[in-house]
Design a protein around this ligand. Structure first.
Ligand SMILES: [Zn+2]
Ligand SMILES: [Zn+2]
Length: 351
């Protein structure tokens, strides 16, 4: 089989030929057709996330040691299975839910693989989809995405699922109250789609780029605020007619989280999703007196991915612009993602 691997952190991916794995136990083998090229792979290729205060979260501390194959948005045809695999759709195309846990702990048993403390995430701890073949630990992580563009389906397994799961944690959202979305990039637009899909319209979007805010308005944001405005905090409250019910921070920076918390009503909820990095001081008295709920949201689980695909199939969420490129260009694509020069999403096509 062929793959494009990180051989040294921060360096371009290198093409590798290796033996095609044979599925054992409950494993299934897919011949891949597509893999989305996600922005988080830029950080993973660098080998770390910035935690703020000069601290780093190193991928090597997560059990990743090069050579590693990235790519966590794979889609392909199921071609083989181990002797213990059940309900294997041999010969059929499937989307892979990459957020796979140990399969044994209490979280995994309740289907919350994304909260497992011993993750086996595809393209992180396990070899990923920048390859022509992929082993998946169990057929239960395969999702039928028939009826929608397979390239779009691939992108839904990370950004679609992550925003869906984050928005779900605000539910039930009172219809007459406001939700702020911080960040109007790809994830931000997806979050607007998810909020609209569950019938919510009072959405205010905050970004530091007016062009992105224009796009967010077209997407359905009822109000927008430029976060660089010195009066941003006041304008946010004005836009919502008072303190907000909730906020989804898709940036995850000190500035955005501070602005979001300050705008929440009593009992309001902040969902932090973005991994920009940093830290903020939080007054414990304010946490109590304002009854703030501050919660992180990390990707999502396979049941939620099935719900996202069902919403896509039903036309409740719209496709985003997708550019198809050969897998051989994946390293160049990551360079362009890092430089911020890609509009919409890129999906690698695998022969
Ligand atoms: Zn991703
Ligand atoms: Zn587990």
């Amino acid at each position: 089989m062929l793959s494009y691997d990180v051989v040294e952190w921060g360096k371009p991916l290198q093409k590798a030929e290796k033996a095609t794995p044979k599925p054992t136990g409950t494993e299934v083998l897919l011949k891949l057709k597509y893999c989305g090229v996600c922005h988080s792979d830029v950080h993973i290729r660098d080998g770390y996330f910035d935690l703020g205060g000069g601290k780093r979260f190193n991928m090597s501390d997560r059990g990743m040691n090069p050579p590693v194959t990235l790519g966590h948005e794979p889609f392909g045809t199921v071609i083989a299975a181990g002797p213990d695999a059940k309900d294997v759709p041999i010969g059929q195309d499937r989307l892979v839910c990459p957020w796979i846990g140990c399969g044994k702990c209490a979280r995994c048993r309740e289907g919350m693989d994304n909260h497992c403390m011993a993750p086996r995430w595809i393209g992180i701890q396990r070899p990923g989809g920048y390859a022509d073949h992929l082993l998946v630990p169990d057929a239960k992580y395969l999702v039928d995405a028939s009826g929608i563009d397979p390239m779009w389906a691939a992108t839904l397994s990370c950004s679609g699922l992550t925003t869906y799961s984050a928005v779900a944690q605000l539910k039930p959202i009172p219809r007459d109250e406001w939700v702020a979305v911080f960040g109007a990039g790809g994830l931000g637009l997806m979050a607007i789609e998810m909020l609209k899909a569950i019938g919510h319209q009072r959405i205010v979007v905050i970004d530091i780029d007016d062009r992105k805010l224009e796009v967010a308005k077209k997407e359905g944001a009822a109000a927008t605020v430029n976060g660089r405005d010195p009066d941003a905090a006041k304008k946010l409250l004005e836009a919502a007619g008072g303190p907000l019910y909730g906020a989804v921070d898709l940036v995850g920076a000190a500035d955005t989280a501070t602005l979001a918390l300050g705008a929440l009503r009593k009992g309001g909820k902040l969902i932090v999703v973005g991994l920009y990095g940093g830290e903020i001081p939080v007054s414990l008295v304010m946490v109590v007196q304002r009854a703030w709920r501050i919660q992180g949201s990390s990707v999502g689980n396979v049941a939620e991915l099935k719900e996202v695909i069902a919403m896509a199939r039903a036309g409740k969420i719209k496709p985003i612009p997708i550019e198809k490129r050969p897998l051989a260009e994946v390293s160049r694509t990551l360079d362009q993602l890092k430089a911020g020069s890609i509009l919409g999403r890129v999906v690698a096509a695998i022969d």
